[in-house]
Structure formats: C-alpha cells, structure tokens
Design a binder for this molecule. Sequence first.
Ligand code: ATP
Ligand code: MG
Length: 636
Amino acid sequence: MSKQETKVNKIRDFHHESIANREEFWRREAERIHWDEPFTRVLDDSRPPFARWYVGGRTNLCYNAVDRWLPQYADRAALVWVSTEVDQERVYTRRQLYDEVNAAAAMLRGLGVERGDRVLLYMPMVPEAVFTMLACARIGAVHSVVFGGFASVNLAQRIDDAAPKVVVSADGGSRAGKVQAYKPLLDKALGLCAKPPQSVVIFDRGLAPFEAVAGRDLDYAELRREHWGRQVPIAWLESSEPSYVLYTSGTTGRPKGVQRDTGGYAVALAASMEYVFGGKPGDTYFCTSDIGWVVGHSYIVYGPLIAGQTTVLYEGTPVRPDGAILWQLVERFRVNALFSSPTAVRVLKRQDPALLKRHDLSSLHTVYLAGEPLDEPTARWLSDGLGKPVIDNYWQTESGWPILSAQPGVERTPARFGSPSFPTYGFDVRVVSETTGEDLPAGQKGVVAIVPPLPPGAMSTIWGDDARFVQTYFTSIPGRQYYSTFDWGRVDADGYWFILGRTDDVINVAGHRLGTREIEESISSHAGVAECAVVGVADELKGQVAMAFVVLKQAAPVDDPDAARALEGDIMRLVEQQLGAVARPALVRFVGALPKTRSGKVLRRAIVAVCEKRDPGDLTTIEDPSALEQIKESLQ
Ligand code: ATP
Ligand code: MG
C-alpha cells in the first residue's frame, strides 16, 4: 500500500495483512474448521505457480459441513428444499442430513467407489444431489457436477475427461413448468463416451418415464433403502487432496476441469461466510444459483453448511408463481443473506416493482449478486426497491470464492454502484498493463491479474493437466508469472474496483479501443432498457463497429418501426454523450431476449458470428436458441 494514500481504512489494513503476513493470516483462519491432524506448514509454494495450503493437515469437507455441527444443531434445519416446479418442500435437520449423507456414502461404497475415484453428478436441484456431493466428500471421492440439462455432447466431453466410476443422475428436471427429461440425454452421452462408467444411479422423481439399462442403471431410492442406517467413516484427506472437479461454463471455449483442494477450500469458505457474507452459525442463507455452477458448490452446499448455517435449495425461477417468490421465501424461512445473479434481477426489473415490498424482509441484511457485470441502474433499482444493501462480488470458477467484494464482516463500507468494491483478503490482485505487465496507477484500465500464490480455496490445477494450468492462466502477462483473470479492470482514486468486461470483448473502432461493457453500461442507463449486449462486428471501413441488442423493460419489444427508430436514435445519442462519437453503436436492435448460457452469461461469440453472417459454432450451452434467431431476424 503506497504512503500517498490518505484514506486507510480497516478493510485495507486487513487485506494488506493477508498478503504481507500471509502465513500468519491463514494459520489463524484455519482454526475455523476441524482438523483431524494438524498441518505442519501453512503454505508450500516451492513450485510456483502451484500452491499447497495446510501441508500435512487432515480434514474432510463432509465432516465440517455435517458431523461437526450435530451436537449443537441436530434438530435445527440444515437444508431447506423448495421446488416451485413440482410444488414440493422438504426440510432436513442436521441429523436427517447426516442420515441421508451416510446412506448415500454407503451406496457409493457399495458400488466400489473409493478414495480418489470420481463420481459425476448430472442432476436437477434436488436434495439428493446435495446428499451425493457430501457423500463423495465423506468417502474422499472426487465429485464433478455437470449442470443438469446440459446437452449430451457437453456431458460426454466431461465424462470422458473426469472418467467417473459412477454417474448419479435423475429421470428429469423441470424449468419454468416444463419437464426436461435427463435420462435420454445421459444415455446418448454415455453412448458417445470412450470409456463409460460401470454404474449409473437414477433418482426417479416420476417426472419423465424412462427405460433402465439392465446391469448398469440402478435406482437411488432402492439403494437408499438398502443402505439406510449405515454409518460410513470419514476419509481424512490430506489438505491438498482434490475435493472436486468443476468444468467452467465454457463461455469462451473448451471447458477446463477446475480442480479444488480440500483443506484450503474449507478454510476459505468458512472465512468468507463471516467476512464477505456477514454471517454466523445458526443463520439462514439462500443462494439461488445452481449446484452445477461454482456459486452453487461454494454457497449452496459447502459454505453455509461448513459455517453451521441453514441453506435453502431452490428449484424454480424468480418469477413463478410470481415475481415475489424470492422475497416470499426470504420471509418464510427468515433468510439472513440472499445470493443471486444480475440476470435474475434484470428479469425482476421487468415485473411490478411493488412486488419488492410485498413481504416482510426484516430478517434479510444484504443481497449479494455475482456472475456477470452488475450495471449501476440494476443495482440501484434493487437496493432502492428493497431498502437493503446490494453487494456486487466478482469472481470466477477458478477462484472458488470472491476476488473482489465489499466485506461487511470486516467493515461496512459505502457501496459504489457499478463496482464490486475492494480486493478480498488473500487475493494479491492488480491491474496491470497488457503490454508491459507493470502495475497501472489508479484510473487506468488494464488486465486484472493475481500475483501467486493463489489463496486457499482457489483452483489447484486443471484436472489431469498441470501444464495446461500454467499455460492457460500464467503465461499471458508480459514478463511476469501472474494469474490472468482475462477481465479488464480499473481502480478509482478511492480504491474502488471496476470490471470492464473480458479481455476478448474489446473492440477496435477506427483505431479506438473500446470495451463493450462500457457501451453496455451507457445503454443500460436509459430508463426503458432492461438489459443489452454490445458486440464488435467486422467492418471494412472501420475495422470493427459496435452493434447493440436491447431488451426493453416493457414486455413487448417495439413493433412500430417509427417508434423503434426513435428509440434507437435516443440510445445512440445517449452513448455519444456519455462516451463520445466513436462509441456510438452502428445499429441498435430490440429483441425479446438475449442469447445466454444456462448460467446466464451472454453468448457474445455467437452474436458476433450471426452479425458477421458466420456459423455460430457450438451452441450446446445456449439456454434459449430462439434468442439467437431473434437477433438474426432483427438484422434483416
Ligand atoms: P469460461 O471461463 O469457461 O469461458 P466463464 O468465464 O463464463 O466461462 P465463470 O467462471 O462462471 O465462467 O465466470 C467468471 C467470469 O464472469 C469472470 O471472469 C467475469 O468475466 C464474469 N463475472 C463474474 N462476476 C462478475 C462481476 N461481479 N462483475 C463483472 N463480471 C463478473
Ligand atoms: Mg472464465
């Protein structure tokens, strides 16, 4: 920290200490979890950029999430499941969770799963998915959760890479009231695999009739009955032994198997539940993500449970039965902290704002949003509408927990909308020049990079490919072996960070380099806009031009060509005023939806391809293919 800085506050000191006295800092934090055997060294970074945290320590994620809290919270809700898709609810106390996890662990052991073996989950948002994840952790198996409903090709790719001994799946899921059959997708995927697993366990919800393959497919309920009442001993893992592999969502290309350790992850999550999420044991935490994403791993399953909290698992959308469902659940279960995504809030923005006020939200202290850029108008809309703080936090599948965030458990700092606030303790994060690798001063835009070692809880390597880990993440910053986030950022004079989009989302208009994110921010400040995507499209004259696709708050996009043209003009003028004439989009088109991945990220690559009249390529991760069609049509 430089001496010129005048406003030194608690949060900066805290961060500084976490870097300057790294080992002391993390030694102290390690006391948050149970170690069956103490570690002999806090950190081994003798082989950079690899880092091993808590060398020699033995612990277990399942023990810390379940067994450890039994004496205190046996009869208190540990897992609350609500499905507005199938209109069911179940509440599991810690004792019941313990029983279910043990039965699932016995079932996996019975199928020959041993420590270090992989188990792949392809499941909807049901408690059995959580039981299976925790059961894997209990016996030291490595789970790999693949987002339910991913297409066969994606699934086959991941099965081949992880080579699981067992796949646990379900007959189907349901989304927005429509049943999605999983089993046919799974069967097809297994047909595509080079080395399919020996056993497949199906949790039959009675949603989508299927045919079991004799000798391979087994019934979850039957196995559960068979193993009910069994107690499975904990496998005490060395801290660096892998807990799971999670494939990145693939917004930018071939998925990478992000490998997580055990001890570092447990400590990092436990600490974040207090410092970032302002929680304590006994609290109730509700994260609307999916277990197929990193946010679900860290903040539906492991984080809250390791911290002795109640976690809410929700199968449903934010708008069914109506746009107040999230708030209704907050009221009913006395939720203390809610974690959702900007996409979900943008969906709510198209609903009656009075819905934000319909329920008693007195239990709720903060709303957290992550996963994509949170534009200022959206953050303000939610915060004003709820009368609650909204915290934007920035991270990646790779980091496992927030890299940038306000940290109310350390100090309450004023929010600056549009900014995920400050570096989180443990992350030595910098804004560096893409050409020299040097640190950039406040105000300048550069690449967000992290100086290794990555803190506890961050990825330890790419599954089965150490060389690819180094090559992918640590070789793009000139002259330094830094971890690149592949995101642009800037720090303002007061130390607030801003994420300015991905490094591959920069466009070059007549020699001017523009971030599509900045143009999107500008368009989003128009009162009629719910969300938008800006892409750079090849142009003979200017190299590239910006094109904007806008979803309006009013349900129907403008059909009247004159009205559309007038609105297009308004938006172009707005961007010109805010960012200058070079940033003005070449065209603005109104669509009903943006093409997104199933995790809610805009598929810019595909939009660019359509705009350039090219084949959009692999679209298996797309949520709604008609959204891309709409873009195609809007260009005609
Ligand atoms: P892939 O790496 O496979 O292309 P992905 O990057 O979309 O997929 P994630 O790890 O889920 O997969 O997403 C992390 C990225 O999401 C970040 O690098 C950043 O671009 C974006 N992101 C996440 N949170 C925020 C945030 N609060 N503000 C801005 N961007 C964010
Ligand atoms: Mg990424």
